[in-house]
Each structure stands twice: as structure tokens, then as C-alpha cells.
Design a protein around this ligand. Structure first.
Ligand SMILES: Nc1ncnc2c1ncn2[C@@H]1O[C@H](COP(=O)(O)OP(=O)(O)OP(=O)(O)O)[C@@H](O)[C@H]1O
Length: 527
């Protein structure tokens, strides 16, 4: 996603290019080609476990025009990422294949009808909400800022086009890019629809079941003839993507703060059996107080049981295989079509931290094949700039390990359990190459974080985050790209008709059970 500087450079004139690639180390990291040929490029040794601080990060905002080139991932990587030829291992229809070959999905659209409210008695519909402006656009539709006509409360309304879900272009894309794998086409078709439906329901279902200060809240969902609607808590501070575009890169204290808030959300999801699978700057929003809130659960997956999976268990029945996500932030095992677990989210966290510190994720390219080639060629892992502190280098190295077995198993080594005699501490030295067993929350970069306050949600209530978004009027959506806020939304309201006039699918029941209303106490609590 995000930004392929290589491509942008092609578009620039030679002169511009010369000016841009100045002869300093800092700029070389923005040109992969240049960088990879540079034998003097500094590669951070994995053995580094000495956590002395030297806060010598190269000026953050002195990046010249680079950061203005930041590009959104969804611009060229509509999910799912394609399965590389011959890596499809299972042909189970309708869900991520579980390792034992049994579909152990805990939530299917059918299952969900039980938790469903009676759609005919649904109190909310599209016309209860007045559109204010467009906040963003995803693969299946727009996200609008809307105002409840009765209460004047603001919500973010995520719209998903039924037609896009039912007749997705991913099959066409798949044919175009994956011609070698013709034998899989028909499976792609059936599996594709079923998976897209499942993911649509998963987003609604996961969000309706979880409550965490760093995760967006779902208040209502409903559907009509053409679209599905998720009425979410409006997070007015904009995307981390937007702020990264403004700032270029962020200082280590800020990055550590966001790392803690994201980790806190990911850890919570993992304990609920949910793998997030789409961590990227576009999906991290800042609230009014500058705290980070994860949104977009369209690629998240709830495993069979509500517990953490065990990566070290070879019989692990919760392993996933679907190749989805945003290639630049995706764990290598996902891109290679191998089995993966929630540990993939920690690799993505490493990519996101790297992006915040360096200005781009560790590996960039126009498709997952390019990225996987880069990952494979880069035997020693991504090049970590010399100017980062030892603590930050250590964190990045631990998360960005190609092999799952060598990557930090953050869920296992999260924190000291109450009452345990776990003597693992940050000060313990690790032998080079050995698997990391120190505790994540005790890592040096988190020395200023009060995890108790963070995990309880108190920190979010009582302190301000490192970037406090400028908000003069919530309805102006000042922290969202004008690319979106200037878009027209009229047509989004014009084509709404009552539920059962389903001209798109001929099978109106496909989306049955989608509607939801949060409890009165929940609604009161957050308004
Ligand atoms: N609760 C929210 N408050 C404010 N803005 C939001 C909210 N949810 C989403 N947005 C905005 O809308 C954008 C698109 O939302 P989202 O990522 O959920 O859609 P999507 O269709 O899944 O996108 P993609 O296909 O790129 O993954 C977000 O990046 C963000 O800018």
C-alpha cells in the first residue's frame, strides 16, 4: 500500500530526482534500488539486545517533499491478495481452511440470525441519518459522516454495496494476475463469494461483541435493497495515514506510544480469538484526545474458540490460510500462502512501526509477488536505519522476523501474570539468534507507558496523545483528506429502497441477520 516511492520517482523528472536523492543516508532509505545496491547500507544485527538509549533520530520533518507522496494502500491492493500459483493447500468452500480440514468457523451468516434483531421491526434506517460529508472510501463503498436527525449525534456510516460483495472484481483481478493457476478459477468464484459474505458478517459480528478503548464501536447495522450499513462511533481525528502524510515520520516517543495503544488493542482481540489481519496507517484513527482507535474489521477473523492460538502447537487447529491483507504490512507466511495464526498481526505491527519511523514500510512494491521477492532476497531481514535507538532497533528486529518460530510470540510473552514468579525481565540478555522470551510490555521502548492505566482505558480518558488533532467543528472533518471530504454523497442516499425489494441478488436472505442494535446502556455510555 501506501507508497511506492519507486513509482513516484519514475514520474519525476531527472533533475527533480537528482535533487531528491541527496547524498545523505537518510534519503537512501527511500530508494529501494539505490539502497539495495549500496554495500555500505547499515543492517542492524539481530543480536542487539543492549538497550541503551540514544535519541539520535534523524530530523523527522526534514524530509522534504517525500511524505507528500504517501499513497493509500487500497489504491492498488484490493483484497484479497492473490494466492500465488501452487500454494493453495485447501479447497474448502466458504472460509479460511482450518488445518484439520474441517470448517470450524464460529460465526457464519446463518449462525448469526440468532443474535439478530427482527429486521422488520428495526427502528433505524438510512433516512434517520442526514449525510454530512464523505470521510473515506473502501473497496465496497464509502464511509460517510452522518447526523442522527432526531438526536443530532454524529456517526461514521460505513456503506457496503451488496453488488460489489456479490459480484466482486477480485475474480477478474485474479484471472488477470494469476493466469497460471487456471484450474482454480471456479473454486475462486464459489469460495470468493462465500468468503466475502463471511467477512462482511464477521465485521459486524466482531464489532458487536467487543468493547475496548482502542477499538471503534458499532452502534447499529442495517441493510436495504442495495447496501449494508454499519453505524460506527465517529473518530474525528482522522487516519494515522493522514498525520503521517503531514509529519513525514514520527519521533520514537510518539511511535512507542502508538505501539503501546495498538498492541493493547491487538492483544485484546487475540485473547478473544480474533485475528485482525489488516493493520496499516489507514485503519488507525486518532480520536479527539489523540488516542489511537482501530477501525475496519472487514478482514478480521474470529477463530473457532474464544481463546488464543498456540503457534508452537503443530496440531494447531486455528491456523488460517486465506491470503488477504495489504501486502506491505502482511506477514511473509500470509503472502506465501502458508498457515498462519494471530502472530501475523505482530509482524504487521513491526511494519507499521517501521513506517512511522522511516516513512515507508520495510518492503514496498505494486503487488504481493514483488514484495515477497524482496522479503525472500533479503536474508537478513529489512534494513533498519542506523539512526534509530538500540531499543527501537531491537523491537523492530524482534517483530519483523521472517520465520514465525523466531518472531517474538508477543501473546505468550505479553506481561507478568498476576501472582506468577516469572523472572523474565527486560534486563535479561539473550543469546544471539535465540527465541525471545522477555516480556513485551516490559520492553525498553515502553518504559514511559503505564500499562495498567492503558489497559483499563483510564489513560485514554485522562491524558492526551502525542498528536492532538486540530478540531474546530466536528462536522467539518478537518483531519480527513479533501480527496474524500469533497466527494459527493447525494447518490448514496438516492438509491435506497426497503429491504425486500432486492433487485441485486435475487436471494435477499444472503444478508439476513445483518441488522443489529447496541444495547441502550451501551449507547448511553458512549454518548
Ligand atoms: N469510525 C470512523 N470514524 C471516522 N472515519 C472512519 C471511521 N471508519 C472508517 N473511517 C474512514 O473511512 C475509511 C475507510 O473505512 P474502512 O477502512 O472501514 O473501509 P474499507 O471499505 O474496509 O476500506 P479498505 O477497502 O481500504 O480496507 C477509513 O480509512 C477512515 O478514513
Amino acid at each position: 500500500m501506501i507508497f511506492s516511492l519507486d513509482e513516484e520517482l519514475h514520474r519525476m523528472s531527472l533533475d527533480d530526482k537528482k535533487n531528491y536523492i541527496k547524498a545523505d543516508y537518510h534519503t537512501t532509505i527511500y530508494d529501494d534500488t539505490n539502497h539495495e545496491q549500496d554495500s555500505s547500507a547499515i543492517i542492524c544485527e539481530d543480536s542487539s539486545n543492549h538497550l541503551s538509549v540514544h535519541s539520535n533520530a534523524i530530523p523527522l520533518n526534514g524530509m522534504g517533499p517525500t511524505h507528500k507522496m504517501r499513497r493509500r494502500s487500497s489504491a492498488y491492493s484490493k483484497f484479497p491478495v492473490l494466492t500465488p500459483p501452487n500454494t493453495r493447500r485447501f479447497s474448502i468452500t466458504g472460509s479460511d481452511a482450518m488445518a484439520n480440514g474441517i470448517n470450524r468457523l464460529s460465526m457464519t451468516p446463518q449462525d448469526m440470525t440468532s443474535s439478530n434483531i427482527n429486521e422488520n421491526e428495526l427502528s433505524r434506517n438510512l433516512h434517520d441519518f442526514k449525510p454530512v460529508r464523505v470521510l473515506g472510501q473502501g473497496a465496497y463503498g464509502k464511509v460517510l459522516l452522518v447526523k442522527d436527525r432526531k438526536t443530532c449525534k454524529l456517526y461514521a456510516m460505513k456503506q457496503l454495496q451488496k453488488a460489489e460483495i456479490l459480484i466482486s472484481s477480485t475474480v477478474a483481478d485474479s484471472k488477470k494476475e494469476d493466469e497460471e493457476d487456471e484450474s482454480c478459477e471456479s473454486n475462486d468464484n464459489d469460495d470468493g463469494l462465500s468468503k466475502r459474505l463471511e467477512r462482511t458478517f464477521a465485521e459486524r459480528s466482531i464489532l458487536s461483541e467487543i468493547e475496548h478503548p482502542n477499538i471503534v464501536k458499532l452502534f447499529y447495522s442495517f441493510h436495504d435493497n442495495s447496501k449494508l450499513y454499519l453505524l460506527l462511533q465517529y473518530i474525528p481525528g482522522g487516519e494515522l495515514f493522514y498525520h503521517l502524510k503531514e509529519h513525514g515520520t514520527l519521533d520514537e516517543t510518539t511511535v512507542s506510544f502508538y505501539a503501546a495503544e495498538i498492541s493493547c488493542a491487538l492483544r485484546f482481540l487475540h485473547t478473544k480469538g480474533v485475528v485482525y489481519r489488516d493493520l496499516k496507517p489507514e485503519n488507525c484513527l486518532l480520536n479527539q484526545r489523540g488516542h489511537l482507535v482501530l477501525t475496519d474489521f472487514g478482514l478480521s477473523k474470529k477463530s473457532a474458540n474464544d481463546s488464543m492460538t498456540n503457534e508452537e502447537d503443530p496440531e494447531n487447529v486455528n491456523a488460517l490460510y486465506s491470503i488477504i491483507g495489504t501486502p506491505e504490512y502482511c506477514a511473509p507466511e500470509i503472502l506465501l500462502g502458508q498457515a498462519y495464526t494471530q502472530n501475523c498481526d505482530w509482524y504487521s505491527l513491526g511494519c507499521l512501526l517501521y513506517d512511522m519511523l522511516v516513512g515507508k514500510p520495510p518492503y514496498t512494491g505494486n503487488n504481493h509477488k514483488v514484495i515477497i521477492n524482496k522479503i525472500q532476497q533479503n536474508k537478513q531481514g529489512p534494513k533498519i536505519p542506523f539512526y534509530l535507538s538500540e531499543g527501537m532497533k531491537d523491537m523492530l528486529n524482534a517483530l519483523l522476523k521472517k520465520e514465525i518460530s523466531k518472531r517474538w510470540n508477543v501473546d505468550k510473552y505479553w506481561a507478568k501474570e498476576a501472582g506468577s514468579n516469572n523472572k523474565t525481565t527486560k534486563s535479561r540478555k539473550r543469546k544471539s539468534g535465540s527465541v525471545r522470551t522477555s516480556l513485551f510490555t516490559e520492553h525498553f521502548i515502553f518504559r514511559k507507558i503505564d500499562w495498567k492505566l492503558l489497559e483499563s482505558g483510564q489513560l485514554q480518558k485522562t491524558t492526551l496523545g502525542p498528536i492532538v488533532p486540530v478540531i474546530t467543528d466536528l462536522e467539518l472533518a478537518e483531519n480527513f483528506d479533501t480527496e474524500f471530504t469533497s466527494m459527493s454523497y447525494e447518490e448514496n442516499y438516492a438509491d435506497s429502497k426497503p429491504i425486500n425489494i432486492n433487485v441485486v441478488s435475487k436471494s435477499p436472505d444472503m444478508f439476513k441477520g445483518f441488522s443489529y442494535k447496541a444495547s441502550g446502556s451501551y449507547l448511553e455510555k458512549y454518548f
